[in-house]
Design a protein around this ligand. Structure first.
Ligand code: ADP
Length: 550
């Protein structure tokens, strides 16, 4: 700004100085030149009149007082007199411009520059009555000499102009710029400034409003994005095209088991597994990739998506889904299917074997009844297996159509014990029952099945003539049903595993069971938010305690 004002001021000043100097110089030069011409002309007339009267002697007479060069030239051009040179040594002057002119018209004039161009000589000539010519000349400084004389004062004026321009520019710029610098960009409308700045200020206000709107929009989008991603269980990593982490959510850190990456940290440093690298590498090459990656105990499915703009890769989005549970369930389902097939195969093979022997007539008539009994037992086992499998599948599916109702547990226990009467008799086991009225909110059919399985085990894994204690108590917090027996007990190491599907502590001892009873108990308890406790009974046997929260 200062430089511009300085430049313009200086330019205008210099141009003005030069133009005015030239004008003044031109006028002065003209004036003085005309004056000099007039003087020479007048003097020529005066001297010519003198010579007309007194002849050449007049010239000798005035010679000491005259400042001009005087030359008397005969009509043939021969110089008769000259006050500054010897006439005899001077060449013929008949061809001089002013002389020729005077000879023709009576008066003549001319001017000539000297060789060095430093002086100009003005000549005036007048024809005398005898035909000779009287010529006077005067030397003045040439216009160039005068111009050169002018250089110094003009230079002084220029330097002064530069100094003044700097001062004016500096002060002017300061005064112009100061209020502009003081504009409050937050509230430019409050400043009353130059009218010329009004459109600029209006634009600043408009742009500021636009900027505020954009910022608010960006802020809204950012917080919307953060709210969504922060509440996602899934992991999200946004990478640049080189694989540097731009943003991430908490889900990604939890699933990958890492702490927050540094700004623009390479994604390759977050996990070094081959599958993870493969997903990222493919995405960097612009290809979509899915893969299963293990982060410690966690199994995750990764979706690596390249983000392309006009065909160019601008970033990568990594989505991480926790599939640990579904993988586990898938594994359990696979094992369950294999186990079910295996468990079904054993009784079916027996049934098929017995039937084949009878078909081939290899059984005596008296043994047919025994064989039919075996077939019946195996078929019963098959039915029990299928029934338990169906029940477990129903609980597995977490069916929502289970209807919950208020259940009087004492009634349910009684109805279970009634059903178990035959095995109880068979095993010669006696029951001691202590039931206080207690009710829970649940699915009758499932609760019945759970109690049945526990009591059934208490009889089956009891000793001959053993006892079973069934106690039902309830307080404000929970309803507790315990079933204790006097059997052989369950080794501590096995207690976790007895709830697994098809798990039996001693396969030979328990060949009658399906191995699914306690799994049904566990799933039933989960459906009711209840827990199952297994502990030793004092003395001998085991206690199974169901805790139902109120
Ligand atoms: P099963 O059909 O074999 O009885 P369960 O799932 O009901 O299957 O039981 C799993 C295993 O736990 C049984 O095979 C048995 O070995 C053991 N078990 C369950 N209840 C008792 C108990 N009251 N006393 C001793 N062992 C038991």
């Amino acid at each position: 700004m200062t430089r511009r004002i300085f430049g313009s001021t200086l330019f205008v000043t210099v141009v003005m100085i030069i133009i005015s100097s030239l004008l003044v110089f031109g006028m002065l030069y003209n004036y003085f030149y005309n004056e000099a011409q007039d003087e020479v002309r007048t003097e020529t007339d005066r001297v010519a009149a003198g010579v007309e009267e007194q002849g050449i002697d007049y010239l000798h007479l005035i010679e000491p007082v005259v400042q001009y060069r005087m030359t008397l030239i005969a009509a043939d051009g021969v110089v008769l007199y000259d006050n500054e040179a010897t006439p005899a040594e001077m060449d013929n002057h008949g061809d001089r411009e002013e002389v020729v002119e005077a000879l023709q018209s009576g008066h003549g004039s001319s001017e000539r520059f000297s060789d060095t161009l430093s002086t100009t000589t003005i000549y005036f000539a007048k024809r005398l009555s005898d035909g000779s010519v009287m010529r006077l000349s005067s030397m003045t400084d040439s216009i160039i000499t005068l111009l050169l004389d002018l250089v110094r004062p003009v230079l002084v004026a220029l330097v002064t102009a530069i100094i003044l321009s700097i001062a004016v520019a500096w002060l002017g710029a300061k005064r112009i710029v100061a209020p502009i610098n003081e504009i409050d960009l937050e509230r430019p409308e409050e400043v009353v400034l130059y009218d010329e700045l009004a459109p600029l200020l209006t634009r600043i206000i408009k742009q500021r409003e636009q900027l505020e709107r954009r910022m608010a929009e960006i802020e809204y989008r950012r917080s919307e994005f953060e709210t969504i991603t922060a509440n996602m269980k899934e992991g999200l990593l946004v990478l640049d095209s080189k694989g540097h982490v731009i943003t991430h959510n908490e889900g990604a850190l939890t699933l990958m088991g890492i702490k927050a990456p540094e700004k623009l940290q390479s994604v390759y440093t977050l996990n070094r597994s081959e599958q993870f690298y493969d997903c990222v590498d493919n995405a960097i090459e612009g290809k979509h990739r899915e893969g299963v990656v293990h982060f410690g105990d966690r199994v995750c499915r990764i979706f690596a998506n390249p983000v392309l703009r006009e065909g160019d890769l601008v970033g990568i989005i990594l989505l991480i889904f926790d599939t640990t549970e579904s993988e586990k369930h898938e594994k359990i389902r696979r094992e369950f299917t294999a186990n079910v097939s295996h468990e079904l195969k054993t009784p079916l093979t027996s049934i098929s074997g017995f039937a084949e022997i009878i078909k081939n007539g290899m059984v005596k008539d008296s043994d047919i009844k025994k064989f039919a009994g075996n077939i019946y037992d195996e078929a019963q086992r098959l039915i029990a297996l299928v029934r338990d499998t169906i029940k477990l599948s129903e609980l597995d599916e977490k069916r929502t159509d289970f209807e919950k109702e208020d259940i009087n547990l004492a009634d349910t226990v009684k109805s279970v014990l009634k059903r178990l009467e035959p095995i109880k008799e068979e095993k010669n086991v006696s029951f001691e029952i202590e039931l206080t009225p207690a009710s829970i909110f649940g699915v009758e059919q499932v609760i019945h099945e759970m109690i049945y399985n526990i009591c059934d085990n208490a009889i089956r894994y009891n000793r001959e003539g053993g006892r079973v204690f069934v106690t039902l108590v309830g307080d404000d917090n929970e309803v507790k049903l315990s079933v204790c027996d006097t059997g052989a007990g369950i080794p501590h190491a096995e207690r976790e595993r007895i709830f697994e599907r098809f798990y039996r502590v001693d396969q030979s001892r328990n060949s009658v069971g399906t191995g699914l009873g306690l799994s049904i108990v566990k799933h039933g308890a989960q459906l009711h938010g209840a827990s199952v406790e297994v502990k030793d009974r004092e003395g001998e046997g085991t206690c199974f305690i169901l805790h139902f929260p109120r």
